[in-house]
Design a protein around this ligand. Sequence first.
Ligand code: SF4
Length: 307
Amino acid sequence: MSEEAPAALSGVDVPAVRTALIEWYEADHRDYPWRQTENPYEILVSEVMSQQTQLDRVVDAWEDFLSRWPTVEDLAAADRADVVGFWTGHSLGYNNRAKYLHEAAEQVVSDYDGEFPEDPDELSELMGVGPYTANAVASFAFNNGDAVVDTNVKRVLYRAFDVDDDDSAFERAARELMPAGESRVWNNAIMELGGVACEKTPSCDAAGCPWREFCHAYETGDFTAPDVPTQPDFEGSRRQFRGRVVRVLGEHDELSLDELGPRIRVDYAPDGEYGREWLRGLLDDLADDGIVQVREQGGTTLATLEQ
Ligand code: SF4
């Protein structure tokens, strides 16, 4: 690590963390059509639409919009009332966004001769384009952005690397993690991680999170985050631990509660909140589901995988 490395990431194997995430993203990700284009106009439209609408619902609207106004010149030449009418007709949220998008298209045509600027600062001069959108367009269209830090990314950084709940700490950590010159793939990948694995209720094992081996929350079982102030949905975290019990028992013939517990969570304490009683409950559920066998021997509870 360099001397300038933020304390938040000290001890983190940054190259391994980067490789794991990019490989995970490239192996499989949600295939939204705007991820297949590097056209800044098409990307800007997708970003503005996504601000208030779920991504799955944006797909049809985005395709309709682009077949009606295929280029920034077409949009700039449109009647504003038609653009606003389209917005309302597709339930895309505040009409102001349609007005701003139209105005931004006019700016690109009149001030930039139809060529989008490539720099986040210049992009944010466009009407209705805030720093987040400017950076997204710079990243996805031109591979020229900074590390994105939105709510999802903060949640991931907080859980994975125990970064302080502080905007400047998040920004330093995010910048440090992003490989230089790879904002397109990196920002897509970390946002995908926050969107499909490290959601408010995380699905670390089910989503095959590539950061499990590095992740502080995965190690401790504490999945709270700045936007998740209390332990998320009990069933969600319980599912994680069920998965871990099965994996650990798969590596051993038979384990007692106190042998199994510390391998499931580092804060296991026999008489603590996450102790024998908690683990026994988990094992009983797994036994009911026919996955695990539990037996008593000389006052000790032993667990093994059902053969
Ligand atoms: S292991 Fe779980 S908590 Fe940690 S980053 Fe992955 S999904 Fe989030």
